[in-house]
Design a protein. Structure first.
Length: 114
């Protein structure tokens, strides 16, 4: 059975075929797109779907080596950045320990506890 649905924006009439839904076994049938109705009333089928094609030929070794060198250089930059951040973290933790020690030394003992 065919269903004709008009697109209100473009005015195209799209034609669908109803297929019983056997996967969910519900009463709601599925629709499969057949095509659009042309200006002269003929059915225009949809364009075939393009498949992803695999790259043809051998990969360019020079380009791959250049990309590899760039990635190695980026890794080295990131390693240096990590080292710098680790030094900052260590300095910050030392500062926090010094502040905690100063606070412990300067807090007067509570007279109610003893």
């Amino acid at each position: 059975m065919q269903i004709r649905i008009e697109d209100k924006k473009t005015g195209e009439i799209r034609v669908y075929e109803t297929i019983p839904n056997t996967t969910t076994k519900s009463g709601q049938p599925r629709k499969r797109f057949i095509g659009t109705v042309g200006p002269d009333g003929t059915l225009i089928p949809p364009a075939p779907r393009k498949r992803k094609s695999s790259p043809k030929g051998e990969p360019d070794l020079a380009a791959l080596q250049e990309e590899l060198q760039q990635k190695i250089a980026r890794v080295e930059e990131l390693k240096k950045e990590v080292e710098a951040l680790n030094k900052k973290r260590d300095a910050f933790l030392t500062l926090l320990q010094n502040i905690a020690g100063i606070l412990r030394d300067n807090i007067p003992p509570d007279p109610g506890k003893s």
